[in-house]
Design a protein around this ligand. Structure first.
Ligand SMILES: [Zn+2]
Length: 242
């Protein structure tokens, strides 16, 4: 493997991750079409309208996702990103589209979960947040421990605005390196982050199983599994393999 990147402690790095890095931990997504969630339509379980129309159905779907969450763990791709953050500390920011919380479990600290996290559950009435492990999922709709209101996963549904967009704009304008992992480059607004960082002058690197849609904005592209590529790539970046 070859890369032109060599990281020093004052380099600013922004990393964007998507579903591909989680898929290697065995996490299934809506796009897999593997039968698990075929009986659910996205618009019936992942929009604010769906939740107000039929919260029982939305929770039926999310309970399957919570069952799955207890069975998945970080893979070597996640762990390589922890190594990178340990080296450059506050100059590292990880933006993720994933809602599984695996980057936090792996040990990354400076994480912006732009689509929220399944690991947090929020009351639609009093806005109190709970850890998902605190909540009794036995009933049809889990209820707030404080006010008894309906709870929902603290994830960004279709038709809702992703978190941290203002902060991300500032980060992209000052990044020396932008690394994008495991995304097809087709989900907005995240798909634009690569292009924006490139326009601001960042050196851009992509790692993905397939060629992404926005390949043209990448200075380097490494095709394959992120769990195999990232550990090697980040070793090179940190000067541990010349
Ligand atoms: Zn409440």
């Amino acid at each position: 493997m070859k890369s032109k990147v060599r990281i020093s402690a004052d380099d600013k790095i922004v990393v964007l991750t998507g579903a591909g890095i989680s898929a290697e931990s065995g996490l299934r997504t809506f796009r897999d079409h593997n039968g698990l969630w075929d009986q659910y339509k996205i618009e019936e379980v992942a929009t604010p309208q769906a939740f107000s129309n039929n919260p029982e159905l939305v929770w039926e779907f999310y309970k399957l996702r919570y069952d799955q969450l207890g069975q998945v763990f970080p893979n070597p791709g996640h762990l390589a990103l922890v190594e990178l953050e340990l080296r450059i500390k506050d100059n590292f920011t990880l933006i993720t589209q994933n809602v599984d919380g695996l980057h936090g479990i792996a040990g990354n600290k400076n994480i912006l979960e732009i689509h929220g996290s399944l690991r947090e559950i929020i009351c639609i009435n009093c806005r109190t947040k709970f850890k998902f492990t605190e909540i009794d999922m036995g009933g049809k709709i889990p209820l707030c421990l404080k006010c008894g209101g309906n709870l929902r996963p603290d994830v960004v549904w279709f038709g809702e605005i992703p978190y941290y967009l203002d902060k991300i704009d500032a980060l992209l304008s000052t990044a020396d390196y932008f690394l994008v992992v495991g995304t097809s480059g087709s989900v907005y607004p995240a798909a634009q982050f690569l292009q924006i960082s490139k326009q601001y002058g960042a050196y851009t690197v992509g790692v993905n199983f397939d060629k992404p849609d926005n390949l043209v904005y990448l200075d380097e592209f490494h095709q394959g599994k992120s769990g195999e590529i990232l550990p090697q790539l980040i070793d090179i970046w940190l000067g541990e393999h010349e």
